[in-house]
Design a protein around this ligand. Structure first.
Ligand code: SF4
Ligand code: SF4
Ligand code: SF4
Length: 250
């Protein structure tokens, strides 16, 4: 019997893009397989296990049946990691919480079929709104290198730490021209770094898919907004895209 840590991957409401990042680790898969025993991973293999050293959870919770399944996984896991922004904060799925009535949401999305039983849904929750989460890996999707680093640190008994400085730092190190100078609103001053400022480096605004730093410098953000003649409402609208709430640091 293998003495390697038993690792499992589970998905809830999501696009499965984060598990695809892991399934596509290419040459690093061999190294990962040498370190852990992947016992459940629906997208990659068949088979189940009764308990896990580490359970990686992707996706958000959108119905009662999800809660029961998640609690069962939690009970059978030593460590539970929420990976990908859907799991961390509800992610893009949380956009539907802007509507008061879930029936309206279902009608909008599914049209005439909206009352079919399998389409039952309630307002989106992040994983830690249902069970205790030991570690978060943010991003939409997650960053593969960051995932591998975190797994290695966990296996070494370390407590992984996410970067706690804004995307602007990585953006400036790349000597990018600031998008605000081109009339584009960017959440880089608030957003948690770790992605290498991939969006602004390609001319696209950061929408804080990795959440915000622990203590976002709101004064600095206000100064930037004033300088470029934008309103706080514009920031709130954008930060809503990934279900991020700066007040709860996710
Ligand atoms: S965080 Fe983004 S990429 Fe990952 S599952 Fe959710 S929507 Fe897909
Ligand atoms: S483009 Fe965005 S991330 Fe880059 S420096 Fe400007 S505000 Fe910061
Ligand atoms: S630049 Fe912003 S939106 Fe793009 S990956 Fe990084 S944190 Fe996410």
């Amino acid at each position: 019997m293998s003495s390697k840590p038993k690792v499992a991957f589970f998905d809830f409401a999501c696009c499965e893009g984060c598990q695809l990042q892991i399934a596509n680790l290419e040459e690093n898969v061999v190294g990962l397989a040498a370190l852990v025993d992947v016992v459940e991973f629906r997208e990659v293999l068949t088979g189940t296990a009764p308990e896990y050293d580490i359970a990686f959870i992707e996706g958000s919770i959108t119905r009662k049946a999800d809660e029961e399944r998640l609690k069962d996984i939690r009970n059978r896991s030593k460590l539970l990691v929420a990976y990908g922004q859907c799991a961390v904060s509800g992610g893009v799925n949380r956009l539907k919480n802007n509507w008061n009535n879930m029936e309206d949401v279902k009608k909008e999305v599914y049209g005439a079929d909206y009352q079919m039983p399998h389409l039952d849904t309630y307002p989106t929750k992040g994983i830690d709104e249902v069970v205790k989460v030991d570690l978060y890996i943010p991003g939409c999707p997650i960053n593969r290198d960051e995932f591998l680093t975190i797994v290695k640190e966990l296996l070494l008994g370390k407590v992984p730490k996410l970067p706690n400085y804004p995307v602007c730092v990585q953006c400036k190190l790349k000597e990018n021209e600031c998008l605000f100078d081109s009339g584009i609103v960017c959440l880089g001053p608030l957003a948690r770094a770790g992605c290498g400022a991939i969006c602004p480096s390609n001319g696209v605004a950061c929408d804080a898919c990795r959440g915000t730093v622990d203590n976002p410098n709101k004064n600095a953000m206000h100064e930037i907004l004033q300088k470029y003649n934008y309103t706080v409402e514009e920031i709130k609208r954008k930060i809503n895209i990934f279900g991020v709430n700066p007040e709860v640091k996710k």
